[in-house]
Design a protein around this ligand. Structure first.
Ligand code: UCC
Length: 640
């Protein structure tokens, strides 16, 4: 027998990461369920190409660079003579990934492709889904770019808001909107979102940042780039922001108080301005500097390490007010509702990629099967049962996420229906007047549920690779599931924690004016969804479950419901997922989806079938769930 050495003996065969568009059965199913067939056929070639491009070796080289060479503050924030300077350095990998994302229009698509109408969000997030696992967190600034674009779009298009803006404000907002929705990386802007301060994360009522109306003395300063001649805003903002993600953005939406007695207001600030009195190192007069912003320090985080997150001191930052004075929560909610959707969709993207890695590993890894027999993990009954369980949970959350995206698309572009209507109503489409109420509930509920419940599943994918899964794997970046796990963990924390969002879901359902409409909208979806599926006892169970939740919400006060907010939100999410699972299984039937649906309903207690088996079905069914029908990489082992 030859002893092994560092270069001889067993070496694991390389796991092959497949094109996620073709390999991810759940992604294919949600696309088929939510999009009209003709539109899906039209976009599929581009999605397939994109899913190849995001797995290119160059992309992973940039990811490794962005993760390994972390952003830093040149000279710890000082020049050679000790004078403060805030020079943030990000690596080439980060910049290239950012440029790739901007050029691919991961945000722009929602704004520059009117023919997609209400389907735009669905198409946008199918694309984001395959990008997430390769983007090294560049989708974070993209999320805020999207939120800022949407907020400005509303002000630029809503007749009432428009009428309140001066011609100058209109041109400033239009200019920013054009940059935020550009696909040209040399022009495109990402945005920051500065809310959090030291007194509170989710609670912005104690904001200590102060905005003073102080129109700039003549001549008004210019924002960068000077060629556009855009003046700086009339407000001077000073304060301290404790968490600023994506400090390399070109602009920010921020909250500040105009008076101690008024709630917060929202502001738009360019990140940089022109300063004629600056002297360059070669003596040239005039130049660009941060707009009254000092980077105090960069944060050290558990995950999202490539992302430059900073503490910022604002001193005389020039800004424009967005919306009315004291209306900051209302304004920033528009942005938050977009960044929350991005957070959830990214979490699903991390889980989807992690499952892809787990499938690839299982296809090539063999383990002992007793008495000298060997079996591939893809032929191992317990391993396949575990991956089938993750797949079942993943698909349920994908359904909820894409349902939320459908409603978001309707809210934004309801009157502009996209082409290819056939199949659009397979999942019931709410009436126009119901959409805002359904969205109000879903936008908190989906993040609260998905971001919390997906993390253990990403962890299980990491675990399924054994010790290799726990490694950083920068030498095989495409397999780096531990990076995906670290990055996925933030989803349940930023943009409002699980508890904050569960409380907000209950707040929406108990709202003194709109609460009844919110409850009615959710009830409408549960009942009309169930109407579309075949009769069965589970329909009555789900109706009863909904009635029980509704009764509880209606009969108790918001304060009484608060300690139960997580339970209520999660159960409501599970009812919605159950309805969506039934709709999916009915629309595109198959042994695998029916089994997944049944297992889901049983696991959540919606079906009690009296059997003492955990799930029905054997290895072949589990393999078909994991790899998709007909795609099983290995025949079941006869030795087990
Ligand atoms: O900025 C951050 C880091 C950026 C990282 C970006 C990553 C993007 C994802 C990347 C993916 C890869 S993290 C910032 C984290 N902070 C938050 O998320 C804030 C969490 N806090 C909340 O959600 C709070 O509920 C607030 C701030 C929205 C509201 O606070 P308050 O103090 O409770 O406000 P009020 O005054 O009680 O509520 C004002 C009104 C209420 O309506 P009325 O007055 O009619 O009763 C609420 O129902 O605002 C309403 N409201 C909403 N309306 C509250 N939330 C919403 C909402 N989401 N939509 C509509």
């Amino acid at each position: 027998m030859e002893p092994s050495s560092s270069n001889t003996g067993f070496f694991q065969k390389q796991p092959i990461i497949r094109n996620q568009w073709h390999d991810d059965v759940s992604l294919q199913r949600v696309a088929k369920l939510f999009l009209p067939t003709s539109l899906l056929e039209e976009i599929a070639p581009d999605l397939s190409k994109l899913a190849d491009e995001v797995l290119a070796p160059q992309i992973f080289t940039w990811v490794t660079d962005a993760e390994r060479n972390l952003p830093y503050l040149l000279g710890s924030g000082r020049d050679s003579f000790g004078k403060p300077q805030s020079k943030l350095i990000v690596t080439e990998g980060w910049r290239k990934l950012q440029d790739f994302g901007l050029a691919k229009g991961f945000v722009a698509l929602n704004y520059d492709t009117p023919s997609l109408g209400a389907h735009a969000r669905l198409v946008q997030f199918l694309r984001c889904h395959v990008w997430t696992g390769s983007c090294a967190n560049t989708l974070c600034p993209a999320a805020m770019q999207d939120g800022a674009a949407r907020l400005l779009e509303l002000h630029l298009t809503d007749p009432d808001s428009r009428s309140r803006l001066s011609p100058l404000e209109l041109s400033v907002f239009q200019n920013a909107f054009d940059h935020l929705t550009s696909r040209d990386p040399s022009r495109a802007w990402t945005s920051g979102q500065w809310m959090t301060e030291r007194p509170g994360g989710s609670d912005v009522s104690l904001t200590e940042t102060v905005a003073t109306y102080l129109p700039d003395p003549s001549p008004a300063g210019l924002a960068s780039p000077p060629s556009e001649g855009v003046p700086l805003g009339p407000y001077s903002v000073s304060g301290f922001k404790f968490f600023s993600s994506a400090t390399d953005s070109s602009c920010a939406v921020l909250l500040a108080k105009t008076s101690p007695s008024k709630p917060v207001s929202a502001f738009f600030a360019p990140m940089r301005r022109q300063n004629p009195s600056l002297i360059s190192p070669t003596g040239v007069e005039g130049g660009e500097e941060l707009n009254g912003i000092t980077i105090q320090r960069l944060k050290h985080k558990f995950g999202t390490q490539s992302l430059p997150t900073a503490e910022l001191e604002l001193k005389g930052t020039r800004a424009w007010m967005i919306g009315g004075e004291g209306q900051g929560i209302r304004e920033v909610s528009t942005m938050l509702n977009i960044t929350r959707v991005h957070t959830t969709a990214s979490t699903m993207g991390y889980l989807g990629r992690s499952l892809g890695i787990a499938r690839a590993f299982a296809a090539v890894r063999e383990v002992g099967a007793g008495k000298g027999a060997r079996v591939s993990l893809a032929g191992h009954p317990l391993h396949m049962r575990t991956l089938a369980g993750i797949t079942e949970g993943y698909h349920g959350m994908m359904l909820l996420t894409f349902f939320t995206l459908k409603v978001l698309g309707l809210d934004e572009k309801g009157k502009r229906k996209g082409k290819g209507e056939g199949g659009w109503d397979t999942v019931p489409t709410p009436a126009e007047e119901m959409v805002p109420y359904l969205l109000r509930v879903l936008s908190s509920l989906h993040k609260s549920y998905v971001c919390e419940n997906a993390v253990p599943l990403v962890y299980q994918c990491m675990e399924s690779l054994g010790g290799v899964g726990y490694m950083q794997n920068v030498e095989s970046e495409h397999l780096n599931v531990s990076r995906l796990f670290r990055d996925a963990c933030v989803g349940a924390i930023w943009e409002g924690t699980t508890d904050v969002l569960a409380s907000d879901t209950v707040r929406a359902l108990k709202h003194p004016v709109q609460g009844k409409n919110c409850i009615e909208a959710v009830g409408w979806f549960v009942l009309s969804g169930l109407d579309k599926v075949k009769n069965g006892p589970v329909k009555d169970t789900l109706k009863r479950e909904w009635q029980g939740l509704k009764g509880k919400i209606e009969s108790k006060s918001q304060a009484e419901l608060l300690p139960e907010a997580r339970g209520i939100t999660f159960r409501l999410a599970e009812v919605l997922i159950a309805v969506l699972y039934l709709l999916d299984a009915a629309a595109h039937p198959g042994v695998e989806i029916e089994a997944m649906c049944h297992r889901y309903l049983r696991a959540k207690g919606f079906v009690v079938d009296g059997s003492n088996e955990d799930v029905k079905g054997g290895l072949e069914l589990d393999q078909a769930i994991v790899y998709g029908p007909g795609n099983q990489p290995s025949k079941p082992s006869s030795k087990l």
